[in-house]
Write a protein that binds this ligand. Structure first.
Ligand code: ADP
Ligand code: MG
Length: 227
């Protein structure tokens, strides 16, 4: 469903050229729950941005749902992104002025989904992520774990083909991290495809498969965590 073929990506950092991705090939199938690991700077976020169509590779091919992303015009690309991808970030990225419902329904604003249906879907998702009692709270009135639950509900509102989560527990204490992982696992068991980045073994072990990266390359696409 997600197919990366020999993807490369470089950045100019001052006078230096950084080869962030150096020939990454990988397939993520429907209903998989994959965790990317690897030390800081190994290219995990760059790869997530490419998979999420937020950035484009210098060379190689990326097929999302069998479509070559590079061949799409901007409008088609944003439509594809809206339809297929839900993002979760380490720092939640919620809008402070909106309450939980407002944040969750935001991705539906420029779609043909009516306001009424958007609100209904947001309420149902907030209940699903265990925030039925916090729907009219704003981010500053919520704990980190609750904020991440709002972000997960927001990521689900388009019924995306895949959820991309870059260090989703990076700003959470270990108990809250376990709760968020339980929620992601639950979504996975209901058929949601999830691609996650983490640098913690304890978090990665919740995934079905661990892909280990090093220096912009895949070291092992089926990495066995030490128990
Ligand atoms: P990770 O998420 O595994 O820590 P990244 O994908 O963020 O790694 O970064 C990989 C390499 O690319 C690093 O050396 C980083 O400094 C560089 N890099 C990433 N994004 C940019 C950017 N926008 N501009 C310049 N260099 C970047
Ligand atoms: Mg990163």
């Amino acid at each position: 469903m997600l197919e990366l073929k020999n993807i490369t990506k470089s950045f100019i950092n001052g006078s230096e050229q950084v080869h962030a991705l150096q020939g990454v090939s990988l397939t993520v199938s429907k209903n998989e729950f994959v965790a990317f690991m690897g030390s800081s700077g190994s290219g995990k976020s760059t790869l997530m941005n490419i998979m999420g169509c937020l950035d484009t590779p210098n060379s190689g091919q990326y097929l999302l749902d069998n479509q070559d992303v590079a061949k799409l015009d901007d409008d088609t690309l944003s439509a594809i992104r809206n339809k297929h991808i839900g993002f979760i970030f380490q720092t939640f990225h919620l809008l402070p002025k909106l309450d939980a419902i407002g944040n969750v329904r935001l991705p539906l604003r420029y779609t043909d989904v009516s306001d009424e249906e958007a609100t209904e879907r947001a309420i149902a998702l907030l209940q699903k992520v265990g925030l039925g009692h916090r729907m009219q709270h704003k981010p500053f009135e919520m704990s980190g774990g609750q904020r991440q639950r709002v972000a997960i509900a927001r990521a689900l509102i388009n019924r995306p083909t895949v959820i991309l989560a870059d260090e989703p527990t990076g700003n959470l204490d270990s108990k809250t991290s376990v709760e968020i992982m339980a929620l992601l696992k639950d979504l996975h068991q209901q058929g949601q495809t999830i691609v996650m980045v983490t640098h913690e073994d304890d978090i990665a072990e919740h995934a079905e498969r661990v892909v280990m990266m090093r220096d912009g390359q895949i070291l092992d696409e089926n990495y066995a965590l030490a128990k």
